[in-house]
Design a protein around this ligand. Sequence first.
Ligand code: HEC
Length: 141
Amino acid sequence: MRLHQSMAVLLGALLAFGWTLSSNPSMAQRKLVGSEEFQVSCAVCHGPDGRGNGSMAGYLTVKSGDLTRLARDNDGRFPFLEVFRMIDGRHEIGVHGTRAMPIWGDRYKVEAAVKYGPYDTETAVRGRILELVQYLEAIQR
Ligand code: HEC
């Protein structure tokens, strides 16, 4: 009986440890997730390296800017919240009028709603945007 109990405790501890490992991706993995999403959704305008030389850049009426200089243009501090809100875009419309960039918050919401249902959708949307912000923060020069 004692042996079974301690085996159960050990098994529980191992499971918890495994869960911790799998639910906490390393910084390198996180960067990769944001980087893949950036290549799929953003590079067409912002360029594969984020410097504004995407294949669609020539067709934009508003310049898409250099995303590797966001910190430099902001006194050396990466403007985390502004970047987050800019990508999300759902709050920006009223402030700046129309904009050239797609409203990613709306797009991700439509995709997430199918997968996660009404309660977890907003969490999933913010997670995806956060991955992108962290990726952009990592490519500042
Ligand atoms: C259709 C072209 C297009 C795509 C695709 C696009 N953007 Fe943009 N982005 C722009 C333009 C144009 C601007 C300049 C502001 C505006 O919308 O008028 C901009 C601005 C930004 C800014 C603010 C830059 C600054 O100097 O403040 C960030 C951050 C940004 N985009 C991130 C992203 C991310 C992340 C993605 C992918 C999820 C993305 N963009 C996809 C066109 C695009």
